[in-house]
Design a protein around this ligand. Structure first.
Ligand SMILES: Nc1nc2c(ncn2[C@@H]2O[C@H](COP(=O)(O)OP(=O)(O)OP(=O)(O)O)[C@@H](O)[C@H]2O)c(=O)[nH]1
Length: 328
């Protein structure tokens, strides 16, 4: 028996990506599944990889035989991306030889269905794997999510960050870390009370999470009123732009804070990067981000400090990028 809801997610909320070069096959799969889940279809492995750069489907139905990049090659490339590592992939294959079946398992699928598909088998396999995924997502949430703010917690950071660092080394891509701290939060608690303080942290966290646009970008609560934003494959200009946008979004929330020089809740941020091919450790980058955060605090708060760059202030008051003081 299948249950349709786990935590706050239902089967109908789940997204299935259909990858097939044949329009007729895509239509058959979409039609069979439309009453169970929401489907999105692409016609090549390349398009599937592009789609997964910006979206995280709950399950993928992957045609095995496709021109240019077949289902096995597409799966191998998807599995290299941490955000796609755990997406269940069901192969849709026209060959059911023992050899082909073994090849499908070796490629990392969780199951396969044979063409022409049996409607009942397809629907039940999709339901079964999505249900399993919803349960493991739910358990992961209990382990990795901070209850007050909904951001990831330190357990998540310890598991996830070393993998991202390896990824950045393997692919020679930059990795940016930004530490954010709520300004004058002790004074806020003293003035408005801890309940309002908690609610303020929840709002700030929700706002930051909603303003992060890529699925690989993550928000982690690393201390009381301190957050880390992890931005894989992001260079210094990109990371600075994200950090400034997040500061502005929180500024625009306009949460009153009578003891702040800005009369509202603001953030300070310190940015640090691991560039392609440099050998900085995670601890070193965190220390660097922390130093830059300290510089942001001591130079007036409500601003971002980047490595070897001028202090800039993003949120209203001074235009973004306007130099206050050079730190380099
Ligand atoms: N309400 C609430 N307060 C918290 C929580 N975690 C930490 N705090 C409070 O956050 C405050 C942080 O104070 P400080 O580290 O002195 O920093 P600050 O007052 O923000 O000052 P600056 O960082 O210099 O702008 C302390 O009063 C903590 O008790 C929480 O979960 N809820």
């Amino acid at each position: 028996m299948y249950i349709d809801q786990v935590g706050d997610r239902t089967l109908a909320d789940c997204n299935v990506l259909i990858v097939d070069d044949q329009a007729s096959s895509r239509l058959v799969l979409e039609t069979l599944l439309e009453e169970t889940v929401s489907c999105f279809s692409v016609n090549s492995g390349k398009e599937a990889i592009e789609y997964c750069r910006h979206n995280t489907p709950d399950l993928i139905l992957m045609d095995v035989s496709m021109p240019e990049m077949d289902g096995h090659q597409t799966t191998a490339l998807l599995r290299e991306k941490p955000a796609c590592e755990h997406i269940p992939i069901i192969f849709v294959t026209s060959s059911s030889t023992e050899e082909e079946e073994s090849r499908c398992w070796a490629s990392g699928c969780v199951d396969f269905v044979v063409k022409p598909v049996n409607a009942c088998t397809l629907i039940n396999r999709v339901k079964s794997h999505i249900q399993h995924k919803l349960r493991s997502d739910f358990l992961e949430k209990l382990i990795y999510i901070d209850k007050l703010t909904g951001a990831y917690n330190r357990h998540y950071l310890d598991d996830y960050l070393p993998r991202l660092v390896k990824d950045s080394e393997r692919n020679a891509t930059p990795l940016a870390l930004v530490i954010f701290d709520v300004d004058h939060f002790k004074l806020f608690n003293d003035m408005y009370g801890h309940l309002d303080g908690d609610s303020c942290l929840w709002k700030v966290s929700k706002t930051i999470n909603e303003a992060l646009l890529r699925p690989m970008d993550k928000l982690v609560r690393i201390g009381g009123e301190e957050f880390l934003v992890i931005l894989p494959n992001t260079d210094v200009d990109g990371a600075k732009a994200v950090a400034e946008r997040l500061l502005q979004t929180v500024y625009d929330l306009n949460i009153p804070h009578a003891s702040s020089e800005y009369s509202r809740i603001t953030l300070s941020a310190g940015l640090a990067l691991k560039l392609a091919n440099d050998s900085k450790t995670v601890d070193y980058i965190m220390l660097e981000a922390d130093k830059n955060l300290y510089a942001a605090k001591t130079s007036g708060r409500n601003r971002v400090v980047s490595p070897s760059q001028s202090v800039t202030k993003n949120a209203k008051g001074l235009s973004s990028g306007q130099k206050l003081k050079s730190l380099s």
